[in-house]
Structures are given as C-alpha cells and as structure tokens.
Design a protein around this ligand. Structure first.
Ligand SMILES: [Zn+2]
Length: 408
C-alpha cells in the first residue's frame, strides 16, 4: 500500500519517501514508495509527471493498492530501503485541479438547474468534456449554466475533502451514489456539491478561475459538453480574440459585423462563380468554332485533335460538347494536369466513327485505360509526356477511318 499524500494535501509538491520496491509495469521500469504525492490516472484525471531523485517520472499508475511511478530509465537496485526526494510538475497538476474542481461545479449546476446528471467525464490535455443524460441542452440552458457556474466561482466557496464510513454515508447528500464502499472520500464544495471522488481539487471555487463551455455534441443520446477552466479559458479567449481581431482588420470593421460580412461575401462569391461559368461556356463556344475552322477535313467530317496542359476534365468535356454541336465534327482532346491525364473523344451525330472504341484502342497502345459510348468517351492513366503522341495517333486513325467509310 502506498500512502496517498494528495488525499489530504493536494498542494504538496515536494516530499520525501522510502523506496519499498523496484518494479516493472508493461515492460516499463517503475518505483514503489511508502508514500507519494504523485497522482495516478484515475477518475478521469490524468497522472502527474515530475521527478524522483535524478529520475524523471513519465507516468503514474495505481495497481494492487500501490502507486507505480514509471521512470524514464531503470532504477538502481541499491535504492530499495533508501529515502528519495519527489517533486511533481506543479503547473500540470494545478491545471488538472482547476479542470477537475470546475467539473464538479459544472455537474452540480446542470443537476440543480435542469436535473441533468453527469454520466461520464474526461480530462484531456487541451480540453475536457462531460456527458449529460440529456438528449439536448439548449443554447439558453448552456448560457444559464455557464453563468451560474461562474457566479459560484466568484463567491470563493471553500472546497473540503474528508472520509466518511459506510454507516454515515446516507447523511451525505451525494449528487451520485458512490462506486466504492468502506471509507469513502467526499469532496464537498461547501453547501453546494457533495461528490465521492479520489481526485485532487483546489481550495476554493475562486481558484478554478473562469469557466467556459466551448462546444456541445450529441453522443449516443447524451449531450457532451466541452469546457475549459482557469488558465485554459484565458488562453482560449486570448487566441479567439486575436483571430477575430485579425478577421475584423481584414474587413476594416468592428468584430460584430464579421458574420454579416462573411455571409455577404459568400453570396457574392456564388453569384460571381455563376457569372464565370456563363462566360466560360460562351468563351468555349468561340474556341470550339475556331477549332472547327482549323480542323482537318476527312471523308466529309472535321477532325479536331488537341493536347492541352493544365485544363481540367470539366472544361475539356464542355469543349468537346461544344465541338460536336456540329454533326460532322470529331473531337479528340486531351489534357495533362500535373500527373493526371484526361482524354475525351466525341463525335457529332453524322460522323461515322465509334469514339469509345477509338479511345480504348488508343489508350491501350499508350499504356492507359478507358472507353465509352460511340458518341462520347473519357479515359486517362497514361504518362503526361505521351499525351501529344496519343492525340496524333488517334487523329491519324480517325482520318483514315472516316476516309475509308466515305470511299465505301
Ligand atoms: Zn473530483
């Protein structure tokens, strides 16, 4: 058994203890002491870090009544029976104490105001969450709970811990029934909240600092509330204030105007995109006309063959469609965008050529794949530097086929 100093003194940051054993936990070297201020992960609260003598404590685990201090390296066996000095990373621990004490307060407030019970909690490195047995918490309820929690912070209510036996536990108005029996540790926010808890807590609610809810999510029929306490809330406010101020500067406006201006810009963007699409279609019609004029005549048809660089598949498809508006046109187009090659073959209604077959045969010859309908086909998969040769090859094939069909 390791005596837990943090049960009675959560503010003990340095201590001396006797090394009772060297141990190993999941292949990691550990030390066991007769007493310890190091908090092992439990009840949702993460472990402490710090140092034991010259060794860094990288994790702390409770098992079989003992506290395992996981070290950065194997300990000297001569340490057993010796006294060692322990020092915990106080900023890390105090942060956990703020989040954990804040959670008790938040849970009590939701319980008091709306009867929502806290079913689980999680304390993360950046943010913490608690799950409420409520299908949904309205924004108004969130605001009300956040306000009351912060009011209770301002009142600097003492937070006490004490042990109560099974016989007297009924006298304690616990928010939730205890999960353990025997001597039960009670954490009381004086006159406000009673919880059975083995964690570390601050001395008064004032030390929790500001409490801010940052998100609500629905999780399996429950509401998950993400919250920040103390320094975390301040740092979050600082970051968000900086970002929103930067955004306001970009708009040369007051921060209150930002949502409206973003909505205005989004509407404008949509309208402009629509205009661009219209103009592009009109431009492609001119380009198609131009290409047809320059196209090669063969068997009464016009073959337009062209390899582009950097043109996307959608633009290529539109151009092909414009070209074959002429019933005697054949469009053999390709584009390389980075490593990606798109090839589109199409033909007008009167052109006696199977675009899909020609595409398949051409791509097969140059190491790609694809195919399609007699009038419109798309493929790719060839190396960009082979595109020009593929288009030239396809143009020759098309010209020969169209000429032979007219002759017959
Ligand atoms: Zn607690």
């Amino acid at each position: 058994m390791t005596e837990r100093i943090y049960y009675t003194d959560a503010y003990c940051t340095e201590f001396d203890a006797a090394v009772t054993a060297l141990a190993e936990l999941d292949g990691r070297p550990a030390l066991i002491l007769d007493r310890s201020a190091f908090y092992p992960t439990s009840g949702g609260q993460p472990y402490d870090t710090g140092a034991l003598g010259d060794y860094a404590v990288v994790d702390v685990v409770a098992a079989d009544g003992a506290v395992y201090h996981i070290l950065d390296r194997a300990a000297d066996p001569a340490l057993v029976g010796q006294t060692i000095h322990g020092r915990i990373d106080w900023p890390r621990r105090h942060d956990h104490m703020q989040q954990h004490s804040g959670q008790h307060l938040i849970s009590q407030v939701f319980h008091q105001l709306f009867g929502f019970e806290t079913v689980s909690v999680h304390f993360g490195a950046d943010e913490s969450t608690l799950d409420l047995d409520a299908a949904e918490v309205t924004p108004e309820q969130l605001d009300q709970a956040e306000l009351l929690a912060n009011d209770l912070v301002i009142r600097a209510i003492p937070i006490k811990t004490y042990f109560v036996g099974d016989a007297e536990i009924d006298q304690v108005p616990l928010r939730r029934p205890p999960k353990v029996s025997g001597q039960i540790r009670i954490v009381e926010i004086a006159g406000v909240d009673w919880s059975a808890c083995g964690g570390t807590h601050v001395r008064t609610t004032a030390e929790i600092g500001a409490i801010k809810f940052t998100r609500q999510q629905r999780m399996r029929g429950q509401a998950r509330i993400t919250f920040l306490c103390g320094r975390r809330a301040l740092l979050d406010y600082r970051l968000k204030h900086r970002l929103i101020t930067e955004a306001a500067a970009l708009y040369s406006t007051d921060i209150a105007q930002i949502p409206e201006l973003i909505a205005r810009d989004q509407a404008l963007n949509k309208e402009l995109q629509h205009r661009v699409d219209e103009l592009q279609t009109a431009l492609l019609a001119y380009e198609a006309e131009d290409l047809r004029q320059q196209g090669a005549q063969s068997g009464g048809c016009i073959v337009v063959a062209h390899a582009y660089a950097g043109r996307d598949a959608a633009a290529l498809r539109t151009l092909a469609s414009q070209l074959i508006a002429d019933a005697h046109a054949v469009a053999l187009l390709g584009s390389a965008q980075g490593d990606k090659v798109t090839v589109i073959f199409a033909r007008g209604e009167q052109a006696p050529l199977h675009a899909g077959n020609l595409l398949r045969a051409s791509l097969q010859r140059f190491g790609g794949g694809g195919g399609g309908r007699p009038d419109f086909a798309q493929g790719g998969g060839i190396a960009p530097d082979r595109l020009a040769d593929l288009i030239t090859y396809a143009a020759e094939q098309a010209a020969a086929e169209l000429a032979s069909k007219e002759a017959s």
